[in-house]
Design a protein around this ligand. Sequence first.
Ligand SMILES: NC(=O)c1ccc[n+]([C@@H]2O[C@H](COP(=O)([O-])OP(=O)(O)OC[C@H]3O[C@@H](n4cnc5c(N)ncnc54)[C@H](O)[C@@H]3O)[C@@H](O)[C@H]2O)c1
Length: 258
Amino acid sequence: MTNKSKSAIYPSLEDRLVVVTGGASGIGAAIVEAFAMQRSQVVFLDIQDEAAKELNARLGAIGTKVPVYYRCDLTDIEALQRTITDVVERFPAIDVLVNNAGNDTRHSVDEVTSEYWDESMAANLKHQFFVTQGFIPAMRRVGRGSIVNMSSISWAIPSTDVPVYVTAKAAIVGMTRTLAHTLGKDNIRVNCVMPGAILTERQRRLWLTEEYKAEVLARQALKRMILPDEVARLILFLASDDSSAITNQSYVIDGGWI
Ligand SMILES: NC(=O)c1ccc[n+]([C@@H]2O[C@H](COP(=O)([O-])OP(=O)(O)OC[C@H]3O[C@@H](n4cnc5c(N)ncnc54)[C@H](O)[C@@H]3O)[C@@H](O)[C@H]2O)c1
């Protein structure tokens, strides 16, 4: 198990400007906290105002730099672009972007309509491209950058209950690779993280039945559930200068499932 007080500190992350999408809850909140603990200045985008306020209050009480929360529905690309303009006016130089937000609502092949396809792609894929596009100038300004895109192992295992989500998560791996090659000349690295079953509040509330938990543990090499903070700590490494030669890659973090 993990012991946060003994986790690595990355000196290169101190004072870095880090943007996290979907940072109010789940893995995103663990990412916001992990960067705040590195003394980075975090900006996060989400639609859950209460959760964002609670997270900032908790981090303020610990004494980290308080993250800056922007309310933004990432599926509304015009609103997203306005938010990016606001963020960059306030923070003209961005060092790290974590494209974390997603929505894994269950759906069957038979239920998927054309509208649902578009909604799910908007919730899981489209914003990752436009958030990246929007922050590229602010990374070029600093002459470096690290972008981490959140995929999933769902497209690499025999998943059947989230077909559009799985399609989006596979596309993120390809998008990561083309962006890594496009942005490498600007010293901007682009990598991808593929989590397995991560024990977030939402997973606990909605999907984690005893049967599902038993299936996860049977498939993993490690016989315990993997926690959001463990994903966050992989992302810290990919964001830091300690991974300065790593780009164009996808990292599985799943307790040995695949
Ligand atoms: N939890 C897992 O087991 C797991 C496994 C593999 C991949 N992932 C991926 O990790 C990422 C985080 O997942 P999670 O489990 O923490 O999810 P979560 O649902 O617990 O949290 C997602 C966060 O994103 C925000 N968000 C969602 N849609 C948004 C929108 N349109 N605009 C603004 N904010 C929005 C939510 O409000 C929430 O705070 C996702 O990309 C997910 O696909 C999670």
